[in-house]
Write a protein that binds this ligand. Sequence first.
Ligand code: PHE
Ligand code: ZN
Length: 879
Amino acid sequence: MAKDQAPVIRLEDYRPPAWLVDTVEMDVRLDPARTEILTRLAIRPNPAGGGGPLRLDGEDLELVWLKLDGRRLAAGDYRLDESGLSIASMPDTAAVLEIATAVDPSANTRLMGLYRSNGIYCTQCEAEGFRRITFYPDRPDVLAVFTVRLEADKVAAPVLLANGNPVESGDIAGTGRHYAVWHDPHPKPCYLFAMVAGDLGRVGDTFVTASGRTVDLGIYVERGKEDRCGYAMDALKRSMRWDETAFGREYDLDVFNIVAVSDFNMGAMENKGLNIFNDKYVLASPETATDADYANIEAIIAHEYFHNWTGNRITCRDWFQLCLKEGLTVFRDQEFSADMRSRPVERIADVRTLKAHQFVEDAGPLAHPVRPESYREINNFYTATVYEKGAEVIRMLKVLIGDAAFRAGMDLYFARHDGEAATIEDFLACFAETSGRDLTQFKLWYSQSGTPEVTATGRWDASTSSYELTLEQSCPPTPGQPVKQPMVIPIRFGLIGSGGDMQPAVVEGDGVTGDLIELRAARQRIVFRGLAERPVPSLLRGFSAPVKLTTNLDDDDLLFAAARDSDPFNRWQALQSVATRLLTDAQAAIRAGGAPAADARFLASLRRTAESADLDPAFRAQALHLPTQADIARDIGREVDPAAIHAAEDWLRGLIGASLADTLRALYGGLALNAPYTPDAAAAGRRALRNAALSLLSATGDAADIEMAERHFRNADNMTDRLAGLQILVRAGAEAAEAALAAFHDRYRDDPLVLDKWFTIQATAPGEATLGRVIELMRHPAFALSNPNRVRALIGAFASGNPAQFNRPDGAGYRLLGEVATQIDRSNPQLAARLLSAFRSWRVLEPVRRAAARAELERIASLDGLSRDTSDIVRRSLE
Ligand code: PHE
Ligand code: ZN
């Protein structure tokens, strides 16, 4: 089985480039089957000891010719291999290299490099796609000024776009073709290169920057979809303003364009001045998009825009530094969303995502540090750890050094490294300087993988009126890291008394300043003296560190906190912690053949929260959302039986639906909005609470409630409610579900993005019939293995969103995923590898499922001709 593997690339092996590129001039003659690309590179030896042989990356390219300083090179002057081209004898001065390559955009199914999506030419170059367009030193620390001339058939591609500012355009007489020239004055790495050509509709607007420059904004979409761009444009303008006020960052070109394409491997891409988006994150109308879609669009538009400074103006030295741009930019988009919406609700949603994806990743065979130290395939490191945990690390930094030093550090970073390719060390040095603090221990967050576990043990001593808190930290072993060092863990805290937060007279012990404990040692003891009564500690407020916290608080304490904590996040967390215990106990009881036990105090507390009119409806909706099955699986941690967890969830939902029926009905009735749909946070929050109430009500299977859900579906005037109704009917296995699915299908048969929701609802339906249904849906005319959104909506949703059915004990779910992914691997390896990451928790399963999952992974690993992406994921999963 030991087949050749791709070589390991290591951070410690980093060497500066031998040659630098000052300018790139490209002339691209677009043609569906054979596009020719003439590239002229002005290169020079790197003054920092470079020069010598020239190595250029290149992949799947036809080399037409090559010229060095005007002289055509003969076959013997260079060497071509499958990963690039070398020229052994180079001048020792600056030189001009001209390269003619040809590619077939229509045959490019990997969606990396130049490809066509629904007839539109587009490019994707991060991380290593530019080498599929021309030969080039395809690494982020080579920064050049690009000028691009594109030409194409005028009818097929009336729109011609590239990075930077438009310079000129015109017709090419007598050919039916036209051209456009774009110039980007900002030096950039080639992964930020982009061009687009096609017959696209445009929605335009303008933005006046803080210093008074007018920027032309354009969103380009498939014709006929222009009326779905309004929200994205609005989000873009708000993002541009926010970056000016929150970070002092102004936009730096005359135009900013966004293009939406329907075939895209990821969410979106921050190419300089020309962001390219998965159309799912641009197009929205009340009829087709849910509140969640609107929130995602807002966040992703912001994320890509914010990359203009964190990623583009300052880029990464190498791909190990990916979190330098991604973690930081996720942090920035989370802050933006918090400012646009409700801060506590945004935080709850972000932490939910973190736990559902990053904590799970960190607990399995694919765990890696926020800054990995080695990789075989960089595409497999666009992960929840690099993105979401990377954002948490920035958030902790801000908590530790304070708002002022954080902002000053950001300013210093922008001032010092603008126009450069930087490292995590460069970044941290700025904050060490502005805060005067030693960040050596903090830096472990970048190098140690795994989720740290913090145990907090409190003891009240009435005789001395003091509360002693012992904090301990440890971090479980992860691949390649058997032993860890203690980290700096910022723990925001409060002591809740019957009258609110209490102030101790004296604090004894290290690391406490105000409401912050800095846990630095493996064990730290703190004593709070002079307290009037026994407090309930509220720890890790706002989820101030991405750790797993265990306390010795009992359910009474937690439910007290759920009602009284002044930190809304911890109010939510307290209820979730009790629900987690209930669900964990329930699944154990179910597995043992017994019956789960109800908990009246939990139900009463949930009722009180749901009824608290002074709480934001969006917050109350979050409180009514139980921990996910993945949360429970993670909490159990070993010998997991997903079917039992699913049964426990059904039980608790049914119990809540029955016990809180009057409250839930009152919420449902009282929260109806008698106004046309608007996507703002307040209206979305009401819908979220109303739909959560309806969902719990119908979990009892009560006929009247199911009927109410059916009416909800039928009478909905927006996608959020319509989809919620449909989901409830399908989940309840209601008789009306089939008719509702058919009606939904008829209504949206020509709308791929909405049909994706229809696929997902069926793929995540409970019950053994789902697997067969998924297989049947793969034959649906709207389904296509070539379209990543379709594949993720059906296969991805089944594998990641339906734990009980994907993890069938007979292994059929695993085999389906394995078969589909290996088939896709031949055309789109990146997509295949991502799908297969659904196996990442296989080791914690009970023995029968574990054996079945292992068998499928081993079967895949033994196949010939696997891509580097897939073989890397499968091998690491098995290690
Ligand atoms: N850099 C993109 C982002 O904003 C993600 C991406 C990575 C897109 C690789 C395409 C390819 O997060
Ligand atoms: Zn990003």
